[in-house]
Ligand binder design. Structure first.
Ligand code: ADP
Ligand code: MG
Length: 254
């Protein structure tokens, strides 16, 4: 059974894209068929997998806006086995506005993915840093959500608003939506603060927290500029190791 997982947090820079790209690559390396959907106008998941945005003819924007463009015409293979990409370009920046007056505007990604999702074991959707229509489309299309939370002082700030949005989507758009898990990112073992934050978040999410905690690791920040997931860029790095661990935890919940 396919799992469609949205990576959501309206805060920017918390590790959504890093987690989307590397979890997708690690799930694919474990033999799962994976589609990574880039739903951020920044297109960082797209470039992070080595695609040049100038070469992309059709993107997620086209399937959201145009009923005549099926997802299968936009999905492209990547350099990696079992891993396909539904890319984004800056064109997506206009979608939030273009969608406002469209019919069933929150359901457009869901409807479009419906015809391709059964080709995969996992569909991961990288959300933009907002709770606008792109994130609502992702949460409506998803079976579950992974929330990346950065280990910093204001970690839980905004999480209440995110949880309220998830509940609103459950009530109105997608009753089956579940919380898949919460992953702590950019952990710095040298500070007490980071451990305090992890404990604080644990109180809030308890069993939903993944045991795997993603540390700060320079290889994770270098890999995107080489257009490679970290397991390819430096397979022996700590970053590669922890995202493989996270993938195995996600698979354990299948
Ligand atoms: P978001 O998608 O939530 O905006 P990103 O995944 O793009 O966040 O991460 C923000 C920045 O932090 C990026 O430059 C990324 O390379 C870097 N980064 C993310 N996770 C880590 C990590 N664990 N260690 C080091 N750098 C990281
Ligand atoms: Mg991002």
């Amino acid at each position: 059974m396919v799992k469609v997982i949205a990576l959501a947090n309206q805060k920017g820079g918390v590790g959504k894209t890093t987690t989307a790209v590397n979890l997708a690559a690690c799930l694919a390396a474990e033999g799962r068929k994976v589609l990574l959907v880039d739903s951020d106008p920044q297109g960082n998941a797209t470039t992070g997998l080595g695609l040049d945005k100038r070469d992309i003819k059709k993107s997620i924007y086209d399937i959201l806006i145009n009923d005549d463009v099926p997802a299968k015409d936009v999905i492209i293979p990547t350099a990696y086995d079992n891993l396909s990409l539904l890319p984004a370009t800056i064109a997506l920046a206009g979608a939030e506005i273009d969608l406002v007056n469209m019919m069933s505007r929150e359901n457009r990604l869901k409807n479009s993915l419906e015809r391709v999702k059964y080709d995969y074991d996992y569909v991961l959707i990288d959300c933009p840093p907002s709770l606008g229509l792109l994130t609502l489309n992702a949460l409506t299309a998803a079976s579950s959500v992974i929330i990346p939370i950065q280990c910093e002082f204001y970690a839980l700030e905004g999480v209440t608003m995110l949880m309220n949005t998830i509940q609103r989507v459950q009530r109105n758009l997608n009753p089956a939506l579940k919380l898949e898990g919460v992953v702590m990112t950019m952990f710095d073992a040298r500070t007490n603060l980071a451990s305090d934050v992890v404990n604080e978040v644990k109180k809030y999410f308890s069993a939903k927290m993944y045991n795997t905690i993603i540390p700060r690791n320079v290889k994770l920040s270098e890999a995107p500029s080489h257009g490679e997931p970290v397991i390819v860029y430096d397979s022996r790095s700590k970053g590669a190791q922890v995202y493989q661990e996270l993938a195995r935890e996600v698979i354990g919940d299948e």
